[in-house]
Design a protein around this ligand. Structure first.
Ligand code: TYM
Length: 371
């Protein structure tokens, strides 16, 4: 493969492959990088700071300035995010939800969470029955409730259940989107089933649930929907949606592509037992360390490509001085790959244990969020 070919990558709502070049993606998608001033303004308005902002994990946006204008002027805004229930959730699926909770806590705004059982059933390559999609919806909703959203300001809904209330809006949106648009944006072709052709209208509906500006926190793979929304919204009397995009938490095996629900060696699932977690990390987690201890002591490790380090940096370790200390000791060769993996396994298992406890407690709370 030539160097040129190796650089190629693909990001769509259904596929991420290759090594993602995020600067290129901003250009391709036509989004904007979050400037230092905009980070500062967001943190000022939020009256606090979040490590995923400080570390530029959320790196790109659409109209975040306008959201903050509306907040500062008292007009307000609302939040929207979602999950496609194709199976167990992995760590990558939950990070945007934790960041969304932080935004809700800080700005005290309404949040809509869409569970797209229809989408995952329609995606033929997944081979899910509608019953499977329903079953996973209920499981995933518990993991989402476990994040701890404000029940008075949060509405979680499954598409197949809530569709009666969404349908009028969905067809109004659908009439404004033609085949050549979805073909160009999503890569649909003549073999794509017609449910998939209609589905983008469904994912756009929640951006119009209030006559305020909507802010969507998600990884950047979902942005193509927002691009289409922004073409049609104003003509319908709604705001173009705003978005704040994160990078992908890399797969365990290294920076190629995305964690996958169907490939256990690429991901840690929220219900992985501590022993499985340790096994997977020792066996699969890509390390930026040197081949031998001697070399590592001499040359040091590279945290930038080290998956355990990156997961700690991007999500799990909130404490800046701790994460900087780890990076420095790793670079100097004081901290060995195995030792870094131990720190990582402990932190990850602590997080998963708490998530599981809160998920158990969530069983009694579904009515609070799904009214
Ligand atoms: P889904 O279920 O594929 O993903 C759920 C959320 O997780 C994000 N995500 C990741 N974030 C960081 N690192 C990763 N490796 C990673 N993998 C996935 C996704 O961007 C998403 O935020 N069609 C959607 C469901 C949906 C939705 C929405 C998502 C409906 N409305 C509004 C976000 C916002 C889906 O299948 O997401």
């Amino acid at each position: 493969m030539s160097a040129e070919e190796e650089k190629e990558f693909v990001v769509t709502p259904w596929e991420v492959s290759g090594i993602v070049d995020y600067d290129k993606l901003i250009q391709e998608f036509g989004t904007e990088q979050i400037s230092d001033e905009l980070y500062a303004r967001l943190e000022r308005d939020a009256k606090g700071s979040h490590h995923m902002l400080r570390r530029r994990v959320f790196f790109s946006h659409r109209d975040l300035n306008q959201v903050l204008d509306d907040y500062e002027s008292g007009k307000g805004f609302f939040l929207y995010t979602g999950r496609g229930p194709s199976g167990r959730m992995h760590i990558g699926h939950i990070v945007a939800f934790y960041f969304t909770k932080w935004l809700q806590d800080r700005f005290k705004v309404n949040l809509y969470i869409q569970i797209t059982d229809d989408e995952k059933f329609l995606e033929e390559r997944r081979n899910l029955t509608l019953e499977d999609a329903h079953k996973w919806s209920l499981d995933n909703i518990l993991d989402i409730i476990a994040v701890g959203f404000d029940p008075d300001r949060t509405f979680i809904f499954r598409d197949t259940e809530f569709m009666g209330r969404m349908y009028n809006m969905a067809i109004k949106i659908a009439r404004r989107i033609n085949y050549s648009t979805v073909k160009a944006v999503f890569g649909f072709n003549l073999q794509t089933n017609i449910g998939m052709l209609f589905y983008p209208a469904v994912q756009i509906v929640p951006t119009m649930l209030e006559r305020k500006r909507c802010l969507i926190p998600a990884a950047i793979d979902q942005d193509p929907y927002w691009r289409v929304q922004r073409d049609v919204a104003e003509g319908m009397g709604y705001y173009k949606t705003a978005a704040i995009h994160s990078k992908f938490i890399p797969p365990l095996i290294g920076f190629q592509g995305k964690m996958s629900t169907s490939r256990p060696e690429t991901a840690i699932y929220l219900d992985d037992e501590p022993k499985i977690v340790a096994e997977k990390i020792y066996k699969y987690a890509f390390s930026g360390g040197q081949a031998t201890i001697e070399l590592h002591r001499k040359l040091g490790g590279n945290p930038d490509v080290d998956v355990p380090f990156q997961w700690l940096y991007m999500f799990l370790e909130e404490d800046d001085s701790k994460i900087e200390g780890i990076a420095e000791r790793y670079r100097r060769g004081e901290l060995l790959t195995g030792e870094l993996k131990e720190i990582f396994i402990e932190k990850l298992n602590q997080f998963l244990e708490k998530q599981r406890q809160r998920k158990d407690a969530a069983r009694d709370k579904t009515k609070l969020y799904m009214r």
